[in-house]
Design a protein around this ligand. Structure first.
Ligand SMILES: Cc1cc2nc3c(=O)[nH]c(=O)nc-3n(C[C@H](O)[C@H](O)[C@H](O)COP(=O)(O)O)c2cc1C
Length: 517
């Protein structure tokens, strides 16, 4: 079988074909078909469901500590029970707010998601836990339940699919994330494949933080035989595909039973919409970034883990980060912060944030996302900023020298008008205190990781962006993910960024207080 993952023109074709430009956005005739609006939940009407506990106590760890915490291997076995799982699932993808609008009701979830369309589904693959029998389950946030897909211990199937990635092989439980194309493509068309990474990433930021707060190690595993995981979850892969696996907890002397047969289930689900449109570019991108055998997975991971990314020498004036001292950092728990998070709809353009706040956000959220595709502490995305109103930092465009923990000035000036334009002519990036742009050297990433690197870089951006969301809300600031005109972003930060590609954008600032507040 050809190793398609290394035919990297596929990722380039998808990336180029889904860029936003002033022209592509203004000439796009796509309109939202409200009568065919997708259902925000996957519902299996006929399967057995197990209610998850709703009164689970908080883990009680400060958000800023939780987003960058690593649970050390020395701490021995760490096994979640049903309450831990309920906490992790709820604070990753549960319904935290609801609001009526003319078309019905929006059920807002724990993590930010493009268009509030919530195309990411969660599945649990577990051995016997306190309160839950071994099985494969689908998480339904609508009624906080687990739908029973398979009974029995299927962890070894997942371990084999990941080529025995140690964190998976030792995990008492795992959460697999999938993406449902149409639920997001209804609005965003073929760009949804990028959103899979972003929206899965913000959710993973919560999942990793709440797992760590619960004393459970967790990481993002991106190397797996796609067909094997899809088969275990019984996904209809023209509509929904698995995106990553998160092992939760650790049993050092793991003894999961042999892999089991996984016959097709064919359970009915309520259709997402009356009619669905398929976007071939996304199916091709997914296929081209799929790994076909355990040998391919093992080679892919080994190569990925050997990679190191060199940092560039600073040419411009540098400003050192000045994070808040530990004893001045807010102690609000990660659960409290997730409950109050909600993307800012209007920033106060007259407000400012402090250099200490910005430094704390950058320093906490860029310590390296725990994963199977990076060396500890490494990062695929580079961070560029437009600072508008940060006390102690002159307005201008900056590059974040991550290892040196400095901001390198690229050009000084007031760039609110440029930020408005780059962020798809939206007011949010113009009125924020700072806009954080994620750019990456796709040439180098695809060369090293193949097309799978495209999934990795988008997912990592979403996860870091999700951590920045949490850090901002911990500091009583507001934030919003944003989309952007791809090539204009690169041009703005060039010549520094000239070989790079625009991946993600997050605006951070002070929410405008409404008069009634
Ligand atoms: C990656 C990403 C991109 C987003 N892009 C935009 C955007 O361009 N404009 C906007 O107003 N909101 C944007 N949002 C915010 C979403 O609309 C918001 O997350 C969603 O409505 C859910 O609401 P919540 O974040 O308040 O829970 C984005 C969110 C994410 C995660």
């Amino acid at each position: 079988m050809p190793m398609k993952n290394h035919d990297i023109e596929e990722a380039w074709k998808y990336h180029e074909g889904t860029k936003h430009s002033y022209r592509s956005v203004h000439s796009n005739r796509h309109v939202l078909d409200w009568a065919n609006q997708p259902l925000p939940f996957k519902v299996y009407p006929d399967i057995e469901r197990i209610a998850l506990p709703r009164d689970v106590p908080q883990a009680g760890v400060a958000a800023l500590a939780a987003i960058s915490a690593k649970v050390s291997a020395e701490s021995g076995d760490a096994v979640p029970d049903l309450r831990d799982l309920a906490r992790i699932l709820f604070f990753s993808a549960g319904i935290t707010r609801q609001r009526k609008y003319t078309g019905g009701e929006i059920y807002f979830r724990a993590a930010a998601c493009t268009g509030a369309l919530y195309e990411i589904e969660l599945y649990v693959v577990t051995g016997d836990l306190k309160g839950l029998d071994a099985g494969v389950y689908h998480f339904n946030p609508a009624d906080m339940s687990l739908g029973v897909l398979r009974k029995g211990d299927f962890r070894e199937n997942l371990a084999l699919a990941t080529a025995m990635e140690p964190a998976v092989a030792q995990a008492p439980a795992m959460i697999a994330c999938s993406g449902t194309y149409w639920r997001n493509a209804w609005k965003y068309q073929a760009r949804t494949y990028r959103h899979f990474g972003w929206d899965n990433g913000t959710l993973l930021a919560n999942m990793l933080a709440v797992s760590a707060a619960s004393g459970l190690p967790a990481e993002i595993v991106l190397g797996f035989v796609d067909a094997d995981v899809n088969r275990l979850l019984d996904l209809d892969t023209r509509r929904e595909v698995s995106l990553c696996v998160v092992p939760v907890g650790r049993i050092l002397k793991s003894s999961s039973p042999a892999p089991r047969e996984v016959p097709p289930l064919g359970f009915a689900t309520i259709p997402v919409s009356q009619r669905e449109l398929e976007y071939p570019a996304m199916l091709e991108m997914h296929e081209a970034s799929s790994l076909a055998s355990t040998e391919e997975v093992a080679q892919w991971r080994e190569r990925a883990r050997r990679l190191s990314f060199s940092s560039s020498a600073a040419a411009g004036e540098e400003v050192a980060l000045r994070p808040l001292p530990e004893d001045e950092q807010p102690s609000d728990t990660v659960e409290e912060v997730i409950l109050r998070r909600g993307s800012t709809r209007t920033f106060d353009a007259a407000a400012s944030m402090t250099m200490a706040q910005l430094s704390t956000i950058l320093e906490r959220a860029t310590r390296g996302v725990p994963s199977d595709f990076l060396q500890t502490g490494a990062q695929l995305n580079d961070i560029y900023l437009i600072a508008h109103s940060v006390e102690g930092l002159a307005p201008g465009a900056y590059f974040f020298q991550r290892e040196r923990k400095t901001l390198e000035l690229l050009k000084a000036g007031n760039f609110r008008a440029e930020a408005y334009r780059l962020g798809l002519e939206q007011q949010l990036p113009a009125d924020a205190c700072v806009d954080v742009f994620f750019l990456a050297d796709l040439n180098c990433i695809l060369e090293a990781y193949g097309n799978r690197g495209y999934r990795a870089v988008q997912l990592e951006a979403g996860a870091i962006g999700g951590e920045m969301y949490l850090a901002a809300y911990a500091l009583r600031l507001g934030a919003s993910g944003l989309t952007f005109f791809d090539d204009e972003v690169v041009q703005f930060f060039s010549p520094h960024a000239k070989e790079k590609s625009a991946i993600f954008l997050l605006a951070i600032g002070k929410p405008l207080k409404r008069k009634a507040d």
